[in-house]
Ligand binder design. Structure first.
Ligand SMILES: Cc1cc2nc3c(=O)[nH]c(=O)nc-3n(C[C@H](O)[C@H](O)[C@H](O)COP(=O)(O)OP(=O)(O)OC[C@H]3O[C@@H](n4cnc5c(N)ncnc54)[C@H](O)[C@@H]3O)c2cc1C
Length: 289
């Protein structure tokens, strides 16, 4: 199929892009890597009057360390993130999650800003944003806003971004030295979106877990931070028994829907199983990086 007719703009600056979006009063869409938007246009599930292509704005693609954070321009390609030495050493969870995003050609075009703005509940980057307690910087005609993941993600493919706003930067706090991390997911075929994914971070030692983060993807309309399961680990440590108990609790904390790909009960069970796997793997590498 072919998309409906649309106007095309390729502004050279962020301000110009915002001005064009504002001019269309909600009828224009931003084009980043096109890996989600182009299929939607081709199936005519999305019918914008105009596309505002961000690919001609060089200042939107960078990876920089700043003040305890790694900052990514929204147009930074997933493939660049996959091979970034800064990401490997400072944000190993993001490095691991990136390798699970689609296939190589998708990561070559797809961007970090596009993945987060698209807000697919099964996508890896929104879960990583929530697990690392990162923020996004959003710019529009009314100025700039900095949003945490709980303020950004609203529901399936829905964020609090205005139609005239652009996500310009993603900020992820550098992970504590010695943190153990793992991103575990299950999909039917290699490269498919996950049915469920689990991001896990643990900090501590054999006796004590000083920090645990557990976030599910695909087990509800938005990434879910499973705080009650994290608290169990921070209280009881990382023994096999506490990992199993936290994994069981994780399965109770999510409220997935059934769809053509999997039932709610199956997704709940996957959450339990994958949480256990992710925690065991994160525990095994804790302190060893
Ligand atoms: C076969 C296939 C498999 C895939 N598998 C996975 C997977 O396993 N995991 C995964 O996470 N993703 C997967 N993807 C999606 C891929 O990661 C996309 O790259 C990503 O979802 C969107 O990023 P993009 O840069 O291509 O954005 P686009 O497709 O260009 O845009 C997506 C949406 O976000 C909006 N948008 C984009 N950038 C901005 C911005 N800076 N500010 C405001 N709005 C913006 C657009 O208007 C559009 O609504 C898959 C895609 C395909 C085709």
């Amino acid at each position: 199929m072919k998309p409906v007719v649309f106007d095309y703009h390729a502004p050279a600056t962020i301000d110009e892009a915002i001005a064009v979006l504002a001019r269309y009063g909600g009828d224009a869409k931003v084009l980043a890597g096109g890996q989600s938007l182009m299929p939607l246009l081709n199936f005519r599930l999305s019918r914008p009057g105009a596309l505002v292509d961000l690919n001609a704005i060089p200042s939107l693609a960078y990876i920089r360390e700043h003040d305890g954070e790694v900052r990514f321009g929204a147009m930074t390609r997933q493939r660049t993130i996959e091979f970034s030495p800064v990401v490997r050493s400072r944000l190993p969870l993001l490095a691991e999650a990136t390798a699970l995003v689609g296939h190589l050609p998708i990561r070559t075009r797809g961007t970090i800003g596009g993945s987060i703005a698209h807000a697919d509940p099964s996508a890896e980057y929104p879960a990583v944003l929530a697990a690392l307690d990162g923020t996004v910087v959003v710019r529009g005609p009314r100025g700039e806003r900095v949003l945490r993941s709980s303020e950004l993600f609203r529901s399936y493919l829905t964020t609090s971004l205005g139609a005239d706003e652009i996500l310009v930067e993603v900020r992820l706090p550098v992970m504590p030295a010695g943190a153990g991390v793992a991103f575990e997911e299950f999909s039917r075929r290699h490269g498919d979106f996950a049915l469920v994914g689990i991001a896990a971070i643990v900090v501590g030692n054999a006796q004590r877990c000083t920090m645990a983060r557990l976030v599910s993807a695909g087990a509800g309309p938005v990434p879910i931070r499973m705080r009650a399961a994290e608290e169990m680990l921070e209280r009881d440590g990382l023994s096999d028994a506490s990992v199993d108990a936290a994994a069981t609790r994780a399965g109770e904390l999510v409220e997935p829907d059934s769809d053509i790909h999997a039932s709610a009960a199956y997704r709940r069970n996957l959450t339990r199983v994958l949480t256990g796997r992710a925690l065991r793997r994160a525990r095994a590498i804790m302190g060893g990086r």
